[in-house]
Design a protein around this ligand. Structure first.
Ligand SMILES: Cc1cc2nc3c(=O)[nH]c(=O)nc-3n(C[C@H](O)[C@H](O)[C@H](O)COP(=O)(O)O)c2cc1C
Length: 232
């Protein structure tokens, strides 16, 4: 096993579902990767723009021992998923949730599931056990901006598939796509770097979601609209 100091090197697979190659999400991911590599982790980036993954057809061929009938990039990505310790789902916020590219990618997890003879309540199949994290950018920055996306992440990836949540970085206020990316004017790139650096240090930014939720509740009660970013 490769080591970094007395810790094992972690394999992190970053899956990027943004539409702009040099956009806010690409930049956020770039800084995360730099931090994670500086901390000694091995990181691989997959752009779903360059590697097309279509949504599941529900043909269920995979349930009868056959490979997925769709011939796209998922076939090359599947072994990387199996090999990864952690999968980062990175996406711009599109219509208040993750992009269709990320959603399609998650749907295809159906074909890497195995039969579970003793499934926990509410689950039908077994998935490989991985860590995961969600990283997103958006134009707006209301307290409810990422509500649906985080809810989907929590329900589908953490509660259902059973991945272990390593944290959520929600970069609101990065400007819309009608112009140059604005993320460099925020402190989210710094935060993404720190997130990458700390994700396997035991000091990761999981607190961001927690603080964000608490703050959102407070802001909600106070009747204000803007989401305040918790301090680093
Ligand atoms: C199709 C589309 C839908 C969007 N929907 C939302 C939205 O629901 N809420 C929001 O705050 N921003 C929304 N945006 C803005 C993007 O989330 C934001 O500009 C993001 O940072 C773009 O990421 P990128 O630079 O990586 O492409 C949308 C942009 C597009 C193109």
């Amino acid at each position: 096993m490769n080591m970094r100091g007395d810790m094992p090197v972690k394999n992190i697979l970053v899956v990027q579902g943004g539409g702009r190659p040099k956009g806010n999400t690409a930049q956020l991911v770039g800084h995360f990767i730099k931090g994670a590599e500086d901390a000694g982790n091995k990181v691989e980036l997959i752009s779903l723009l360059k590697n097309e993954v279509k949504g599941c057809l529900g043909c269920n061929a995979c349930r009868y021992g056959k490979p997925c009938i769709q011939k796209d990039s998922f076939n090359e990505i599947a072994p990387k998923i199996r090999n990864a310790d952690c999968i980062i789902f990175a996406s711009p916020l599109y219509f208040w949730t993750v992009s269709a590219r990320i959603k399609a990618f998650i749907e295809r997890f159906y074909c890497i599931a195995e039969e579970d003879t003793n499934p926990p309540l509410g689950r039908y199949e077994r998935y490989p056990v991985k860590d995961c994290a969600l990283m997103m950018t958006s134009a707006d920055n209301f307290f409810w901006t990422f509500e649906q996306a985080v809810s989907y992440y929590q329900f589908a990836l953490v509660n259902y598939i059973g991945f272990h949540d390593k944290g959520v970085l929600l970069a609101g206020g990065c400007g819309d796509t009608n112009g140059r990316p604005q993320i460099e004017k925020t402190d989210w790139l710094k935060r993404a770097y720190e997130f990458g650096k700390k994700i396997y240090s035991g000091l990761n930014e999981k607190h961001i979601l927690k603080e964000w939720e608490e703050r959102a509740m407070l802001i909600n009660f106070n009747g204000q609209q803007e989401r305040k970013t918790p301090p680093l």
